[in-house]
Design a protein around this ligand. Structure first.
Ligand SMILES: Cc1ncc(COP(=O)(O)O)c(C=O)c1O
Length: 364
């Protein structure tokens, strides 16, 4: 047989990431609650920045200077320690390819974000999974997985899809237990939603430790998922190394313009926080009152657990809700086949979900 090109070891073990569904056939109105997008949309100022963007024929500023300055001003950071990416997904991949090679190990928790596994395998590394306790990352379990081959540890805080939060003293304990050559990635995609917010302390750890980076995104509270924009902050030597791996024009001009406008629109973000806080609490209460278990969440989404009885499972609920145009996220790929993840939506969507779940459980 003629030899054909073979992907590197690890590549064919990757289960390609499957995004949340966005369609349901034969339904008049769809409520997409499957990808943790904001029901408020982006800041009108960000939309205007894209509309008025000129000179698409010119390459963008490859070092994203103005955007980094805007982020730095907002969070009191040094712009030289910030790197922007085409979504934080790109940065997670770039960080991994910078530090993980064949046979190196990368640790993440049981129900951790799927991109970590993909990034580790894509670089020939070995994904190492640490058990969680009550759907929350367990620092001792993570530390117990460290070996001389460990190169990277990922912690999403809050985690997706569980919505659980690890208080900062626990994050610090994780960091203190890691060898200093291991990169600790704090994935803070949902940071702006967290009310019990000790991200200041997280940023302080990033500022003072030599092996900690934080990734952030414009996809969630800023409502700019479609234009792919994220950033990371870390020690200069990590930023310098990751910057060498990055494509020269990985962030486009309209995205940077929108990001700058969005990060300066404090009122829009504040509205989104208020909306989320109100409806997160309401949905948790109402869904629990229906007799379903809900994992307490600090993000803009909820993990709802369904019974195992035939006709009442998460899969059945997904089919039932989809018929009503309510699209939630199956989370089987996260080892959570008994649950669905619900993004906090508009008032209309949230009320429809509760009504539909009530009918589903009644067997209507
Ligand atoms: C925990 C977590 N990290 C990172 C991302 C990636 O976001 P983006 O690439 O849109 O910045 C997501 C998106 O769902 C996420 O849930």
């Amino acid at each position: 047989m003629v030899a054909r090109p073979e992907p590197r070891p690890g590549i064919m073990q990757i289960e390609a990431y499957v995004p949340g569904k966005s369609a349901a056939s034969g339904v008049a109105k769809i409520h997409k609650l499957s990808s943790n997008e904001t029901p408020l949309g982006p800041s009108p100022k960000a939309i205007e920045a894209i509309r008025s963007f000129e000179h698409l024929e010119l390459y963008p500023d490859g070092s994203a200077t103005r955007l980094r300055e805007a982020i730095a001003a907002k969070y009191g950071l040094d712009p030289a320690r910030i790197l922007c990416g085409s979504g934080s997904d790109e940065l997670l991949s770039l960080i991994t390819s910078t530090y993980v090679g064949a046979g190196d190990e990368g640790i993440f928790s049981e129900h951790g974000f799927l991109v970590y596994r993909i990034a580790i395998l894509a670089n020939g590394g070995v994904p190492v999974v640490a058990n969680e306790t009550n759907y929350r990352a367990d620092v001792d379990a993570m530390l117990a997985k460290v070996t001389p081959r460990t190169k990277i540890v990922f912690l999403a805080n809050p985690n997706n899809p569980t919505g659980t939060y690890l208080p900062f003293d626990e994050v610090k304990r994780l960091h203190a237990g890691l060898p200093s050559h291991v990169v600790l990635v704090l994935d803070a995609a949902y940071a702006e939603y967290v009310r019990r917010n000790d991200y200041e302390a997280g940023l302080e750890l990033v500022a003072t430790a030599d092996n900690v980076v934080m990734t952030r995104t414009f996809s969630k509270i800023y409502g700019l998922a479609n234009i792919r924009l994220g950033w990371m902050v870390g020690p200069s030597h990590i930023v310098d190394a990751v910057n060498r791996v990055r494509g020269p024009f990985n962030v486009n001009g309209p995205a940077m313009a929108a990001g700058i406008a969005a990060i300066q629109d404090d009122a829009h973000v504040a509205n989104a926080v208020v909306h989320n806080e109100k409806w997160l609490a309401w949905l948790t209460r109402e869904i629990e009152a229906l007799g379903l278990e809900v994992t307490p969440s600090v993000g803009n989404f909820l993990l709802i657990h369904f019974p195992k009885d035939a006709g009442r499972t998460a899969k059945d609920a997904d089919a039932f809700l989809t018929e009503r145009g309510l699209i939630l996220r199956r989370v089987d790929a996260y080892g959570l086949s008994g649950a669905l993840r619900l993004t906090i939506g508009s008032e209309e969507a949230n009320r429809l979900v509760v009504a539909a779940l009530r009918d589903f459980l009644k067997g209507v």
